[in-house]
Design a protein around this ligand. Sequence first.
Ligand code: FES
Length: 154
Amino acid sequence: MNNHESLKPDIHKVLKKYDSKKDIIPALQDIQENFGFVSEENAESLAKKINSPLVDISGVVTFYNMFRLKPVGKYHIAICRGTACHVQNSEELLKYVEKKLKIKTGEITQDGRFSLEAVNCIGACAKAPAMMIHDKVYGQLTEKKIDAILDSMK
Ligand code: FES
């Protein structure tokens, strides 16, 4: 086992405090926080832990678009496509990032460094166009600014 693997969270520890059907949403949030996304394997572990059919878990995961089903990169870029950002050309910026990283929205770069998604308003309209990388908001974006931000993330 390499260092990276040994640092991986233990799903049994993550799910320890959850034991009933009403825990599905908080448990899924916890899974996503720890693993970056909800894998089928972890959804199955949750189903077992709370003694519910897997279909109940899958239903919740697909209903709420806050849950991700695919792994994210080391840097997960969420470009805002809300109205305020849209009128400030966020679509062009999204296309720019796709081209720069050679991926489509929803994908992850081959080296696992970046993943990209388009999201609704992230609450930074005054700084439109804006994006988030994990918890940090970057505003008043331009192509040049995006270059500087992404190039600094190795
Ligand atoms: S619309 Fe983009 S931050 Fe609100």
